[in-house]
Ligand binder design. Sequence first.
Ligand SMILES: Cc1cc2nc3c(=O)[nH]c(=O)nc-3n(C[C@H](O)[C@H](O)[C@H](O)COP(=O)(O)OP(=O)(O)OC[C@H]3O[C@@H](n4cnc5c(N)ncnc54)[C@H](O)[C@@H]3O)c2cc1C
Length: 264
Amino acid sequence: MFAFQYRKAKTLKEATDLLAKDDEAKPLSGGMTLIPTLKARLANPTQLIDLNGLSELSGIEVKDGALVIGAASKHHQVATSKVVRDAIPALADLASHIGDPQVRNRGTLGGSVANNDPAADYPSAVLGLNAKVITNKREIAADDFFQGMFATALEPGELIVRIAFPLPKKAAYAKFPHPASGYAMAGVFVAQTAEGIRVAVTGAGPGVFRWTDAEQALAKGMNAAAIEKLTLAADDLNEDIHGTREYRAQLAKVMAARAVAALA
Ligand SMILES: Cc1cc2nc3c(=O)[nH]c(=O)nc-3n(C[C@H](O)[C@H](O)[C@H](O)COP(=O)(O)OP(=O)(O)OC[C@H]3O[C@@H](n4cnc5c(N)ncnc54)[C@H](O)[C@@H]3O)c2cc1C
């Protein structure tokens, strides 16, 4: 690790002021991605601004037809919260399959969404449910937020404060996990939202994306057979020692059919 200063922020304003004064400073949430990155010397921030315990980033409630979750909410909290389980059980189920117990008790919603790992689970729910990412500056629609591998619409020093998930009529998530890390080799979130069917795929491509062919097919009939007739183009999908593009395309298709079957 390179040397850095550690600062524990007491308020959101203090945190954003510290970040505004120093472009090289980085916010710290659960540290489940940032600390390994520091250990590997892949990041060299001057300061770590600790966001843990900030009241403005905590809380889980249903408000104005949406499930609103504070960015500092641990995966375990989202997985076990009665409010989440009642409002969007698919989201609680997704959180319960992130990593392992240590990761679930440290990692946060805000850290995961800000990091936007191509194999992370939460981005598929944010995109699949047409959520709003609420920062200290503005509201960002899910369709505008994710911008490819580890890239988002966030500006330097901008912090995710909470995420508002509009309540769907129905939703389900199916994931084929990497055997070692638990990250998604392919994960598909399917939701019947007020604006129509949304299908979001994570793990298979360089970043989370909507499978619009599947959305159109399911709009004609919400059944797994509609998925079986489709082919997901493999050209732009990931290829590595864990699987070929074609294998990931097939996995995503199977996960989509499983999620739809779970909805029915
Ligand atoms: C062994 C292991 C297995 C894992 N398996 C999975 C898995 O199966 N599925 C999955 O989805 N994830 C998995 N993860 C990742 C895990 O979910 C992390 O918790 C998550 O990626 C980062 O969240 P964090 O709170 O730990 O963030 P940190 O590591 O603290 O931060 C991550 C990044 O986000 C920035 N940041 C943090 N909070 C904010 C905020 N509020 N606003 C703006 N920027 C912010 C940080 O500066 C940093 O750049 C795994 C991690 C490990 C170590």
